[in-house]
Every structure is written in C-alpha cells, then in structure tokens.
Design a protein around this ligand. Structure first.
Ligand code: TYD
Ligand code: MG
Length: 462
C-alpha cells in the first residue's frame, strides 16, 4: 500500500500541492496553502462496490413537458424577489456576507415565515440553541414552529433531518463550522467545507428540501472556502451593507432558477430586518440640495428602477500624483469618465484629487451611471449646484458621445413618482414613447459641461 503523504491545499482556490508553498501557483494567493490530512484514497467513488456494467437509464427528448420548478415563497417579498419567486424544492442557496451583517437574522425571519404549516429546520453551528432562541424572541418570532439544533456533524444532521417528513427548508449556519467524518481535515478547511457541502447537498436533492448554507466572507469580499462550493450550489446570494448604514442589500450573484440582477433592500431595525418596498425614497432621504457635486442617478436594479445620489468632490491636490478614490462604483469607470471629461469636455483634472461616493452604501454596476457621475464631477469642479429637480442617466462613450441605455421609460416613471420634473439623458432611439417628465436630450458630454458651466455663470451674476 502506498504511504500516505501529507497534502497541502490552497484555502482560497482548493488547489492541491505535494509540499508547502508560500504562494499558491494556481490563484496567486499568498499564505493560503495549508497542510491537510490526505483525503481517503480516491473519494466516495471508490467506496461503492465496483460494477462490471453501467446501469442503463432512459434518455428524454428535449421537447418533453416539464413543470415549472415548484417554488415556496417565504412571504418576505424582498427575499422572494432575489430568489426568483421563492425557494425551489431541492435547490441549494449559498448566502454570503460579512460577520454581523444580519445573515442569521434574515434566515431566522425567513425560516419563521415559512414554518407556518411546513417543516423547517434551523441548524446553527456557531451559536447555542439559547442564543438562537434569544434572537427569535427579540424578533417577535419565538412562537414560530421552527425546529432548532446546535450541531456541527454532517452525518448526524443528515440522519436527523431524514427522519419523518422531509423539511421544506433547512438552514445551515454556517458551512464553515460543519464537519464530516469522511474527511480528516479540521473544520473550516477547504476539504471539510467541500465534503460537508457535498453531503448536505446530496441530502437536499434526494429529499426535495430547499437548503440554505451560510458562508463566511473573507477580507476581500469572497465567500471563504473554495470557489468549488459556489459551483456546487444552485444560487449564490450575498448580503451586503456597511456598518455605518442601516440598509442591507441582498443580491443574487448566481441563480440557476431566477434572475441575477434583482436586489432586495432591507433596513436593520431593533426588531430585525424590515423590508424596504420603495428604496428610492430611502436612498434620497437627507439629500443636500444646494451643494455642488451631487447628482441624482436614475438607475435600474433588475426590473426595479432605483434613484440614488452620486456625490463627487474635486479639489486641488497637494500631491504629485492626485488621489482618485471611489466608493460604490467601479474605479476604472471613474478613470474613464475623467479621461473623457478631459479629452472632450475641456476640463483640466490633472492637478485635482477626485472622490466619488454613491450615497447610502449602494454599489452600482451599471454603465448608465456614467452621465450622473460626470454631472456630479463637473458640478463639484465648477462650484455650480445641479438643479434639485433633475435626474441623470446615460452611458458615456470614449468619444464623448452619450449613448442610450435600456429601460429609459421605467427610469423616467420612477423619477416622476418621486417628484422630479426633468431628466438629462441620451436622445431616445427612434420613435419615443411620451416621457412622463421633461427630458433634456444630450448627444455629447461637451453639452453637459457647457450646461453646468452656464449655471455657474448665471449664479454669480448679480
Ligand atoms: P446577525 O444576524 O447575527 O449577523 P450574522 O449572522 O451575519 O453574523 O446580526 C447581528 C447584528 O444585527 C448585530 O450587530 C445586531 C444586529 N441586530 C439588530 O440591529 N436588530 C435585531 O433585531 C437583531 C436580531 C440584530
Ligand atoms: Mg450569524
């Protein structure tokens, strides 16, 4: 029999090496390679009796009938929106998020909501049953028929959940604390996380239980443990927000059974997470109307329009290389917008520090925010406040052209609903529907700069 060698596994990407390395050759991470006990010779396949011939299974036609995946909505509308209308039977969701962001709170609320008339289990590997109970009491959910346990052994959990009726929902909080007897490594290592996830997922698929695995997030925002867990599950959902704000945003990063661009917005209150059905109003609350450097962006998150304030500060720099800092937006898009403003808008920003912030802790990924960011930047540089009743949206090309974006009508409607009366946006393509508010069609970034500069001049006149 071959001598068992120690194996070294990268805790970031799961790559296996024969000896220790300071830097993982697969993903380039430093100090991520850790010694783990060698896995059993060849994984679970070898444990099964060897068969001489494969089993013949029927192949089906692509055109065959299949029913829509049966879903169980949990009744928390913002959560259901992100999952695509509810939990799918036998599907597995990985929920990631910073410690203390509210993952356990959200899942306890979802579990309690779903538990009316269905079997729901909540397995905590991090907290004692008393702690979980205390939280439920605080949330006013102490009477919900959720089955609780503080357990970390996967075999025990699977055996317990397999007894009686299969649960409609099982929550595992968190996958990093689970361990399976089939793997010798310590809990939290890649091999354990992968092995435990595999066993739990197999249970969920075979019994039709919707399974939610909580995953920890590393310093740089990745779900800790191997990326392979992300590939094993049906949906990866992240719970975001920062400590300074009460808003929490639930976002699907991957979803086999629904959209990936929808977000759910919550507010952390002293009685748990409250849904925010109209996030635009929340994100615009406390807006400073008279200061230069702020612009309202009419954005879209999935099918839902969302207005947010974009703040910019452009100030003369004392440094040789001016600072560029951005929160909530893509830094390379900021560099691009700055370059376009210099090349086609006649602005000189080489001696200025530039800061850009998306208010309320939201993160925007849409290129349609280019125009709003540009307006905030020009406004800050020129000292001219933008009109308080105007929203901005549009993508800016490298030539300085302002390009149309999708769902303009939905953005305009949301702006009208919140009391805005004007939109600065790209000229619509072809025959346009009647806009619900005044639109100022913009073809080129230079027109934006000229318009804002003219406001500054007008303001300084007596
Ligand atoms: P928790 O769900 O334990 O976070 P996670 O599981 O993601 O680590 O939430 C912890 C935070 O939420 C904690 O700082 C307290 C806060 N909180 C409230 O503000 N209100 C509440 O009703 C509850 C239950 C928690
Ligand atoms: Mg927790």
């Amino acid at each position: 029999m071959a001598k068992s060698h120690p194996t070294f596994v990268c805790q970031a990407c799961g790559a296996v090496f024969g000896r220790w390395k300071g830097r993982c050759e697969a993903c380039g991470g430093w100090n991520t390679v850790v010694e783990e006990a060698a896995a059993p010779a060849a994984g679970p396949v070898a444990l099964r009796p060897v068969r001489a011939k494969g089993r013949v299974f029927p192949l089906e036609a692509l055109a065959g009938e299949s029913r829509e995946a049966p879903r169980t909505p949990c009744g928390i509308a913002e959560f259901d929106r992100v999952t695509g209308g509810g939990f799918v039977r036998g599907s597995v969701i990985l929920l990631g998020g910073d410690p203390g962001i509210g993952k356990s709170t959200l899942l306890m609320q979802a579990a309690a909501a779903l538990a009316r008339g269905r079997r729901v289990a909540y397995i905590s590997g991090e907290e004692a049953v008393a702690q979980v109970r205390l939280r439920a009491e605080r949330l006013g959910l102490a009477a919900a028929p959720v089955e609780l346990a503080a357990e970390t052994n996967v075999e025990d959990i699977v055996a317990t959940l397999s007894e009686g009726e299969a649960p409609a929902l099982a929550v595992i909080d968190s996958i990093q604390t689970m361990w399976t007897e089939t793997v010798e490594s310590a809990p939290g290592t890649v091999t354990q996380v992968r092995g435990s996830a595999q066993a739990l997922i197999r249970f969920a698929k075979s019994r039709g239980t919707a399974l939610i695995l909580v995953g920890h997030v590393t310093k740089d925002g990745q779900i800790a443990g191997p990326r392979v867990v992300e590939h094993m599950v049906d949906a990866v959902v992240s719970f975001e927000g920062d400590a300074g704000h009460h808003f929490r945003i639930l976002r699907a990063v991957k979803n086999r059974f629904g959209p990936t661009d929808e977000i759910g917005v919550f507010e952390m209150t002293d009685r748990g997470l409250a849904e925010v059905p109209n996030p635009s109003a929340l994100f615009l609350a406390g807006r400073d109307l008279a200061t230069p450097g702020t612009a309202v962006f009419a954005g879209m998150e999935g099918t839902r329009p969302l207005l947010v304030e974009i703040q910019a500060l452009v100030a003369p720099s004392a440094l040789g290389t001016p600072r560029r800092a951005v929160v909530g937006w893509d830094p390379s898009r900021l560099s691009m917008v700055l370059a376009v403003l210099e090349a086609h808008g006649g602005l000189r920003l080489g001696q200025h520090d530039v800061y850009l912030n998306v208010a309320g802790g939201l993160r925007i990924a849409e290129p349609a925010a280019d125009l709003a960011a540009a307006a905030a930047l020009v406004s800050s540089l020129s000292g001219a406040a933008l009109p308080a009743d105007t929203v901005y949206f549009g993508e800016v090309g490298l030539s300085g052209a302002v390009r149309p974006v999708a769902q303009a009508q939905a953005r305009l409607k949301e702006a009208a609903k919140l009391g805005f009366s004007r939109a600065v946006s790209p000229a619509p393509r072809g025959e346009a529907e009647r806009a619900p508010i005044d639109t100022v069609p913009l073809g080129h970034i230079a027109d934006l700069v000229a318009g804002i500069a003219a406001r500054g001049v007008r303001r300084r006149e007596p």
